[in-house]
Write a protein that binds this ligand. Sequence first.
Ligand code: ZN
Length: 484
Amino acid sequence: MSKYLSPKKKKRPNSNRKLLILLAAVLVVLAVLAFAIVRIFDSTLPDSGEDKGNTDSGQTTNPDSGSTGEGNQPDGSGDATGDGGSTQPGGEDTPVPTPADEAEKIAEADYLIRGYYYDEAIALLSGLTSQQAQDKLAEAEALKAGLVKYTGQTYHIFFHSLIIDTDLAFDDKGHPASGYNEWMTTRDEFVKMLPLLLENDFVLYDITWLCEYDETTGKVMKKDIYLPEGKKPLIMSFDDMNYYDYMLTDGFAQRLDVDENGKIVTHVGGTPVKRNGHIVDIKDYEVTYDGDAVPILDAFCEEHPEFSYRGAKGIAALTGYAGAFGWRITDLDWYTEAEQEMILNKVKLIAQTMRDNGWQIANHSYTHNQYWNNKTITMDQLKYDTGRWLNEIMPYVGESHILISPFGVSFKQDDERYRYIVEECGFYIYCPVTASMNTTFYGDNMIQERLNFDGLTMIKYPERIKKHFFDPALILDRERPPMD
Ligand SMILES: [Zn+2]
């Protein structure tokens, strides 16, 4: 029943990001052309206006909204290509850009530069004639030339779903408050730390850019990092982005969704809908843009593109036993056929939207069972656990080679279970938990340790954060109960 990933077939989404950007640009140009043709038909055949007029060119090129639209280029390159295309509809008109066009392109290029998209900015500016455009072009070229090989350590911090209502989380009804106090971070804390990380020259970096996987040999090699002088690569991950039932009344978001503009939103509040003893849905929820880390980080990077190197965001680490992103896709027998299709498509759309916005998705084990924690997991249990994730989660969230271990557990390199994880399942990026945040290459896999940025570390081991980032006392939520 289990078909494991052979380590051969690797087409990682990130290597395709450039291609996606190109594709999006081509689509936009095609859309503009189609629009121009429709307009010509409209003007020559006035009676057909009704029919043709309804074909909104924007929609026909973006059939599944978020995944192909502006979502592709969270940091403005989408706008850049879109508007760039619209100034030359069909190339028949005079190609001389007006001062207004130039000013717009310069502004777009500026935004691209802030997000480290130097080549894209250079392409946008070349051919423009104003002094201002040429200055901006020179700036982009100087910044590109100024990238230096980064030789320091990479930093990896992780969180769980953010507490958005501290009253509910710490009321000790439902799940014990002490657990949330230790292992969770509040929304307030997360929102306050982002500008501090930015000020301290951290820049979000994509974990898959740290290594190169050789398809023929199975080797995993260190890949050089180039950043502006002084910048430090930061990887963020978010464990258990599953919105488990036990959390639904404890002050967290209920699940993720995608809005009509292709942005990730959170469903907050509302009432669980039960059927045959299972919570199968939430009704009367509120749609918000700050119910968990994904929309918060997306919005922060949109406002501060300099916090994200070429669009990189974080890693969503998913288990499988409660579905994904709050949608119970591994309990399909609770649902009608139409509902099954709806929730499976929902997870696909959320995952694709996140990936298009610079997110990675990782396996966090299917079961999150204690047999991982105490490392008694047998080969059969491991095959069952990874098999279910590969067969029931990965087809909907996309191919992944990252395993973020449950309970931060780690194995010896020659442990047969670890060999199975790397060689048979293709998880060649493995992330346990250790405050030192070392990254080590072992021939066919990379291990990157993570620091838990939670209540426990902020309160009991603040020096671990202070040493690299900032004093956690600056952000600690006053609503937290005392910790023994
Ligand atoms: Zn976990």
